[in-house]
Design a protein around this ligand. Sequence first.
Ligand code: TXA
Ligand code: MG
Length: 347
Amino acid sequence: METRLLDANLPEDVAAVAAVLRDGGIAALPTETVYGLAGNALDPDVVAAIYAAKGRPSDNPLIVHIASADDLPRIAREVPPAATALAERFWPGPLTVVLPRQPVIPDRVTAGLDTVAVRVPAHDAFRAVLRAAGVPLAAPSANRAGSPSPTTAQHVVHDLAGRIPAVLDGGPCDVGVESTVVDLTSTPPRLLRPGGVSLEQLREVLGDVGVDPAVVGEMAADQTPGAPGMKYRHYAPAAPVVVVDGTAAEAAAYVRAQGLEHPAVLCFDEEAGAFAGFEVVAYGSEDDPRSLARGLFDALRALDRPEVSRIFARCPAEDDGLSQAVRNRLLKAAAFRVVRADAPAGT
Ligand code: TXA
Ligand code: MG
């Protein structure tokens, strides 16, 4: 199959993608978070094609994208006041809510769960396609399962060329990490995945919000994360990733002390100089979590090369906002391996 690269700024290209989706096809589209691989959420065969193109395990459910909160009752059989309040404040935008599903949503979308994840995306092109296609769109991130999520059309082409008919190129994504997922079927509501809307912002609207253990640590074999996708190895380049805490100078000494051939460093813009002599990819400013979120997946992809032996990553403290999402994605890429640079090598 040839994969057509279309332009999100051309109305005829947006219309062409909407036609593909209306006719039961699938296509990759930009959202404000990451690129999504979209198809008619109401058609089980289309949903099966999405899973097949990504190589995604069938027990990991998809998010359903709708044009407006007014469409929520078609997807969710209960719309509690909490959902309405979140929709008013954060939609369109990078927030996904988990609610009891309507029977019209196929089992394949929800992986057999009685709940469905829904969001109203903010990207103009995605919204135009949603309106023109006239159906809710299931859309996981448009990467091969296990890879970092795609934040440019080129990332999608790298992962899915030959496997999907079209990619709509809308340039780099604004947020750069996936949407926040919050489960509104539990009391109190529970954060399942940190993302573009912060935990503090959720608490401003909802009051008490719990945090699923899978957000902050590795799950034991007998534990089940609230979001099935959180249990999978994710975002990981070929080389092992290790998060190195401590000052930049301590971290540089730590990397040197490992005596590895071709180590690489993923660091903040401000500290690139401290790692002179190593291969360095800076992914954003430590003082600007938005820039870190925007640059993270592209940087992880840039370091996904066979000659790189290990990736030493600098990770923001989990104070607030987008830092929590960036830290969560990096810890997952590192399989939760964190070392303190001032500790003796090998610990
Ligand atoms: O920003 C985003 O959310 C992007 C764009 C394309 O919208 N989409 C995205 O989808 O990140 P995906 O499939 O890569 O991640 C969806 C996450 C997975 O961790 C999945 O397990 C969880 O949402 N999820 C989906 N339905 C769920 C449900 N009913 N209950 C709990 N978690 C659910
Ligand atoms: Mg994904």
